[in-house]
Ligand binder design. Sequence first.
Ligand SMILES: Nc1ncnc2c1ncn2[C@@H]1O[C@H](COP(=O)(O)OP(=O)(O)OP(=O)(O)O)[C@@H](O)[C@H]1O
Length: 245
Amino acid sequence: MSDWILETKGVQKTFGGVKALQDITFHIQRGEILGVIGPNGAGKTTAINVITGVIAPDAGEIFYESKPVTKSRLFLSSRMGMARTFQHPQTLNSLDCLDNVKVACLTRGMSHKEAEQKAEEILDLVGLHSFLHEPSSSLNFAQRKVLDMARALGTQPKLLFLDEVLTGLTDEEIQDLVKKIRSLKNQGLTIVIIEHLVKVIRSVSDRLLVLDTGKVLMQDLPDVVLSNPLVIESYIGKGGVAQNA
Ligand SMILES: Nc1ncnc2c1ncn2[C@@H]1O[C@H](COP(=O)(O)OP(=O)(O)OP(=O)(O)O)[C@@H](O)[C@H]1O
């Protein structure tokens, strides 16, 4: 089996006059943590949306485990083993945290008892065990993003996309969740993490992919990427994130 779990070739997506993705070609290695960085509007979320079937690309090809999935939809990509979080968490606010994750586990054919056990384990792992029986609506925005991650894990993915799950957490919560993300990788999960916190993404990622104005600027080891003058100019130099570099 290929070392690449996912590959995109020349993917394009335009919204009206905005070229959100211009010619996106990159790969994700099986078992790695790939960090995705780039300025606001670079196309990071659109890339995940296109890969996971939330929206269709205008052109290009996507291969998951060497199979073409370009025209796949969200439920199919989930069935194949991809899971993702959303910048605006997709939690079920009328349910408690346990049931939020249990529902995701049930999509994998577990019995109610198994699903409940698994959901508890996952909530423990992400640090939300004390909210087990709290309605998800009682969580703050950052905690709901972590619950969204727990729901994604409930579907037992092989490839997990995390879209800014650390933003809004305290420093201590970030360190805890980063440890959990590393331990998920050590259990064999492949993880793609979009994050603006450069210090954190540098330390957690095996490789970095840099997007800028809908194009791949580069993909390489974190130290190589973050010392590249083009990356510094296009991303780190653009205000906002410099203090995290
Ligand atoms: N559904 C949409 N309709 C119209 N334009 C969109 C839509 N989704 C994204 N865009 C535009 O596409 C471009 C890329 O957006 P995207 O959200 O992918 O960037 P991003 O790198 O994830 O940014 P951020 O870091 O701010 O989340 C932006 O110009 C955005 O305004």
